[in-house]
Design a protein around this ligand. Structure first.
Ligand code: TXA
Ligand code: MG
Length: 312
């Protein structure tokens, strides 16, 4: 359910951002933990609240193509992709402009910036009311499951954030697709709702992400619940709960179904919320049924593989 935010709450959120505070807000992908991207201390507060490693740069959210052009060396590919996919779940990485006013912390030592114009009306209103570019990672503790409900943010970061704007459930449910446009051979750094095929209608892409991981935040272990994750489950073992897709395999005492009708969009929207629900039962293992590896399934499987990866 989409929820509206009263004007005075949005105004307060915009004022808090202008004062360098943290504001969690909904986007069409997941909830973001936003701060003024022009301010070192505001951006530093994001890293502190999330416990995020300093080498992992942040996406800067903007309200228009024009604003984006203030900060980066814009190019033809950026123009084409932004025209087709903004506002929406696509992030583009471009070289910083020489006189770029964004805090260096958003780039975490790199000479590029990741930019995105979200389509969620609350996110857009907040960008416009504050008049600021907003650095906003997913609003979760670093390495944990991304939030798709305001309640997830409150549970995990409540004490550390000045305000959480509740826009209801995020429609897409997994984070934006990231495309690196810093070289002549653009490539996908993170899979999302906008697929390789969608992008290749407009520009040519280089190798796949898997052998060339450049987004420093794409660590092997990520999106981690407390329970272990077992992928490609075709049967249930003792002590396991089930994350199903389509017709359920029998035997699980507790389960959630990403999509009865095997709809990948529905599965993406449910993924993080259902992982949280299953994990809240403290199972030893969450068994996950196979998800087809095409379309949005590629992004879903990417998140599940990271959730299943060995942790330190
Ligand atoms: O959908 C999304 O993108 C959400 C919403 C809130 O907009 N945000 C999000 O942010 O997923 P975060 O911080 O959880 O993931 C950002 C990813 C990280 O893997 C980071 O390493 C990568 O983007 N990234 C950010 N800036 C980059 C840069 N300059 N170059 C390469 N990768 C970058
Ligand atoms: Mg994240």
């Amino acid at each position: 359910m989409k929820k509206n935010i009263p004007d005075d709450e949005l105004n307060l959120a915009a004022e808090l951002l202008q004062a360098g505070k943290l504001v969690a807000f909904p986007t069409e992908t997941v909830y973001g933990l936003g701060a003024n991207a022009l301010s070192d201390s505001a951006v530093a507060a994001i890293y502190a609240a999330k416990g995020r490693p300093q080498f992992n740069p942040l996406i800067v959210h903007v309200s228009s193509i024009e604003t984006a052009k203030n900060y980066v060396q814009w190019n033809d590919s950026a123009q084409i992709l932004a025209e087709h996919f903004w506002p929406g779940p696509l992030t583009i990485v471009l070289p910083r402009k020489k006189d770029c006013e964004l805090s260096l912390l958003v780039s975490a030592g790199l000479d590029c910036v990741a930019l995105r114009m979200p389509s969620h009306p609350i996110a857009l209103e907040l960008l416009e009311k504050s008049g600021l570019p907003l650095a906003a990672p997913s609003a979760n503790i670093s390495g944990r499951i991304s939030p798709t409900l305001a309640q997830h943010v409150r549970e995990e970061l409540g004490g550390k954030i000045n305000i959480v704007l509740d826009g209801g459930a995020c429609e897409v449910g997994i984070e934006s697709t990231i495309v690196d446009l810093t070289s002549d051979s653009p490539s996908i750094l993170r899979h999302g709702k906008i697929t390789r095929e969608d992008i290749e209608k407009y520009i040519k892409l280089g190798d796949n992400i898997s052998d060339k991981v450049k987004a420093p935040g794409m660590l092997a272990s990520h999106y981690a619940p407390n329970a272990k994750i077992r992928l490609d489950a075709k049967e249930i073992r003792v002590g396991e709960v089930l994350l199903a897709f389509g017709k359920m395999i029998p035997g699980a005492e507790y389960s959630q179904n990403l999509s009865d009708g095997e709809n990948l969009e529905e599965a993406a929207a449910n993924l993080f919320r259902m992982l949280r629900i299953l994990d809240a039962n403290n199972p030893a293992v969450i068994a996950v049924m196979p998800i087809p590896d095409y379309g949005l399934g590629i992004a879903i499987n990417d998140r599940l593989r990271r959730a299943a990866a060995p942790r330190d």
